[in-house]
Design a binder for this molecule. Structure first.
Ligand SMILES: [Zn+2]
Length: 430
């Protein structure tokens, strides 16, 4: 017994020593630094990083000698440095395309999991250091999230949703023969408030960081069931309440305004897509403070695929063309009216790693470059309740830092070419 304790004690000592030895001080010399999006960038700054955290930001280029023998300089004096970007709407488990049906039949869940890790890495290397995955089969995404957090594999921080959806709704299986539908119907599918209460609790039990619901129909559901409200008010309220009791927020996919309004009235924290946000929904957004996660890139992608590709059914095509056409215009009005916006792409509909293309579409829809950066950092961090640890480059936060050649405040397209990526003090790209 005593020997075991001693052994444990010495292991703890060795681990502590190893951790300390690894916590070298890094001095990032930033030519231009946007430490807090929304405020003016500053020239010639030094970010001091110890281990996985930022410990200081100082004026001028600090000399390593002032920080002990181990300090090392990362020279970004010719770059524009900003906080790591965050995408609040990704699907790391797949990528829309003509091979999806074959993959569904032929790809093992193990291989799919390896591919998710590959997509996660593409996302990180594009400068997105945190993502919210809102629609993969739960357990695999929780495992990927946990493996990344344990530093067993590399990838962005993942906030993973557990899905709750209704029979025949957007989250349910569609487009395959009945025998396969029966086999692939997930136990997250529920009907009526009590059943949806069970499904919500069940998702949290297995590891969901938040609950994702689909209050309206969706484009990629292979049935002509529209894009209007599908979940009933009692189901929506029940999911939000059951989630809140266990400290979880709810995100709702929604296209038509009836479903946006119903979800906001039930108390969701964010509306995903929000294609037909009109004056009544805008009023509710502003009253509740909920975020709109616009996914303009998804609208553009499915709209283009419906015309150019030939793998979509007629039911899907009709919705894709309509939503693709209407999304950006309505978003422009919602933004102009002052709705809170958090950055989100629906990557997985668009190819992983192209997440920054959303920023260009947001600017086209009338946001300033600075507003886009705020949506992709400070607002996103607020939506996932992580403002204390990410979203800005400040003392005490995780060292999630990226750099581009020139200021994205002059040209947002700079975000397409992120040249330096650090997450939690580790450099992934330079
Ligand atoms: Zn989505």
């Amino acid at each position: 017994m005593i020997t075991t304790c001693l052994r444990l004690a010495s292991m703890v000592f060795l681990l502590t020593a190893a951790t300390l030895a690894n916590a070298e001080t890094l001095l990032i010399h930033a030519g231009e630094l946007l430490s807090v999006p929304g405020e003016r960038p500053k020239s010639r700054q030094t970010i001091v990083v110890e281990g996985e955290r930022i410990v200081d930001v100082v004026d001028g280029y600090a000399e390593p000698s002032a920080y002990g023998n181990d300090a090392r300089v990362i020279d970004l004096s010719d770059r524009f440095v900003l906080p790591g970007l965050m995408d609040m709407h990704v699907h790391l488990q797949g990528e829309l395309g003509p091979r999806n049906e074959k993959e569904r039949l032929k790809m093992s869940s193990q291989l799919m999991q390896m591919r998710s890790a590959h997509f996660a890495m593409k996302t990180l290397l594009a400068g997105f250091t945190t993502v919210r995955d809102v629609g993969s089969s739960g357990e695999e995404m929780y495992a990927l999230r946990d493996a990344i957090n344990k530093a067993w594999i590399d990838g962005p921080r993942i906030i993973a949703a557990g899905g709750v959806g209704i029979t025949g709704g957007h989250a349910d299986i569609s487009g395959v023969k009945p025998e396969l539908m029966e086999l692939w119907t997930d136990d997250s599918i529920c009907d009526g408030p009590y059943d949806c209460r069970r499904a919500t609790r069940n998702a949290i039990k297995y590891g969901a960081d938040l609950i994702k619901i689909t209050s309206t129909g969706g484009v990629l559901t292979d049935r002509a069931t529209g894009t209007g409200q599908q979940m009933e008010m009692d189901e929506l309220r029940e999911v939000v309440q059951a989630a809140a009791r266990m400290g979880r927020k709810v995100a709702s996919h929604a296209h038509e305004e009836d479903g946006i309004i119903a979800a906001l009235e039930a108390g969701v924290a964010s509306i995903e897509h929000g294609t037909y946000t009109g004056p009544r929904a805008i009023k509710l957004f502003k009253e509740t403070g909920a975020y709109l996660v616009p996914t303009l890139l998804a609208g553009k992608t499915v709209g283009a695929m419906a015309v150019e590709a030939d793998f979509m059914s007629d039911a899907v095509k009709e919705k894709a063309i309509r939503v693709g056409r209407d999304m950006a215009g309505n978003f422009a009005k919602a933004h102009a009216a002052g709705v809170n916006v958090a950055y989100g792409t629906d990557s997985g509909v668009s190819p992983h790693g192209t997440n920054a293309e959303e920023a260009l579409l947001m600017v086209e829809a009338g946001m300033t470059e600075m507003e886009v950066l705020v949506a992709a950092t400070i607002n996103a961090a607020d939506l996932i309740d992580m403002s204390d640890s990410i979203g800005t480059i400040e003392d005490g936060k995780f060292a999630d830092i990226i750099a581009v050649d020139r200021s994205p405040l002059d040209d947002i397209a700079e975000l397409l070419e992120v040249g330096f990526v650090m997450k939690g003090g580790k450099v992934y790209k330079d």
